[in-house]
Design a binder for this molecule. Structure first.
Ligand SMILES: O=C(O)CCC(=O)N[C@@H](CCC(=O)O)C(=O)O
Ligand SMILES: [Zn+2]
Length: 333
């Protein structure tokens, strides 16, 4: 049943059952693309986990990865020990293999959202669902991993975005992510209203956007490189303590500037296929916009992340990051 849930959600069909048993607990389908797993007994290290995939419809590797975790749970190879909310984000965009249908869902996760339409309505449904889930587990640490893949190649193919919020990121998160073979982390400098930011800002969750390689069609993903990430997800599903590694093996960056497309004439002054984290030297002319003017790198080199000149007007066209120190990890000292 769980293995078919993703397919059934994408076909828009009615599931044959809305609830049932898995090893160690039960599953409940709350609505299209929203599934909750509830353990009979909480394991000692259980957290309240939200795992979301398909917030962008063309990012298929995370859907395949989570699908394989659910299949292993259904086969009894993992025993449920923690509550888990599994979310398939933009169902219509996944069906169309497109990033979004009308607007980028991953900019709409704010409680004062006023817009109407397919993506805004989905954002409201997902926010309500996350609110309900975390409120059912007030005594557990909240955690949200929003799994994505990137449009272009990257110097660090697997990296996380650490959303800006008041809540501090727990040092152990870096050790778990390093063991899951995440190669870099990018700290956000301001509110971004993404899905992971929602859980961190409103629920004080440990939350990240994880970029797991490059966006490719279903069946073309290299899941072998994601095996350590799969192990982290399964360990959290079982409510056990994840494997740790020294975070110093990861590269850390902090966003210094955000380029916004302010006019139709906005242009990035480097090739479209420039890999994420490519570093530009002081004095390099990076962007041109009729309204904002030129952007030229100042005294510190800047690495470009998520460059995309074709975003909607007013949207982020690139992040420009400076190298940062690895965060302290007291348990390794
Ligand atoms: O490769 C790209 O240009 C975009 C990949 C992607 O979807 N990234 C997320 C990052 C979200 C964040 O900043 O936390 C996005 O743009 O929504
Ligand atoms: Zn994405």
């Amino acid at each position: 049943m769980l293995a078919e849930w993703i397919e059934c959600s994408l076909e828009g069909g009615e599931p044959s059952r809305r609830d049932g048993r898995v090893a160690g607990g039960r599953f409940t389908i709350h609505g299209p693309g929203i599934l909750e797993l509830t353990p009979d007994t909480l394991a000692e290290a259980a957290r309240a986990c939200v795992f979301s995939v398909g917030i962008h419809g063309n990012e298929t590797a995370p859907i395949e990865l989570l699908g394989s975790c659910l299949a292993r749970l259904e086969a009894g190879l993992i025993r449920l020990g923690a509550p888990v909310l599994v979310i398939l984000g933009n169902l219509e965009a996944i069906r169309r293999s497109e990033r979004y249908v009308e607007t980028n869902l991953n900019r709409l996760f704010r409680r004062d959202l006023g817009e109407r339409g397919m993506e805004p309505d989905r954002a409201r449904t997902l926010m309500t669902s996350v609110d309900g889930f975390f409120s059912r587990h007030p005594d557990l640490s909240p955690l949200h991993y929003d799994l994505h893949t990137a449009i272009r190649d990257s110097r660090f193919p697997r990296f996380v975005v650490d959303p800006f919020a008041e809540t501090a990121t727990q040092p152990e998160q870096w050790a778990w992510l390093a063991a899951a073979d995440i190669q870099a982390a990018l700290h956000q400098h301001r509110h971004s209203w993404t899905f992971s930011h929602y859980s961190k800002h409103y629920h004080r969750a440990q939350a990240f956007t994880l970029e797991l390689g490059r966006a490719l069609p279903f069946g073309h993903n290299d899941l072998a490189s994601l095996a350590p990430m799969g192990r982290l997800l399964e360990t959290l599903i079982a409510g056990r303590i994840p494997e740790m590694a020294f975070p110093s093996r990861m590269a850390f960056f902090r966003v210094a500037f955000e380029l916004v497309r302010e006019s139709e004439s906005f242009q990035l002054c480097f090739p479209d296929d420039t890999p994420n984290f490519t570093e530009f030297a002081p004095g390099t002319h990076l962007a041109e916009d009729a309204k904002a003017g030129p952007f030229i790198v100042g005294d510190t080199p800047l690495s470009v992340v998520f460059p995309n000149a074709k975003v909607e007007l007013g949207a982020r066209a690139a992040l420009l990051a400076e190298a940062a120190k690895p965060p302290p990890t007291p348990f390794f000292q």
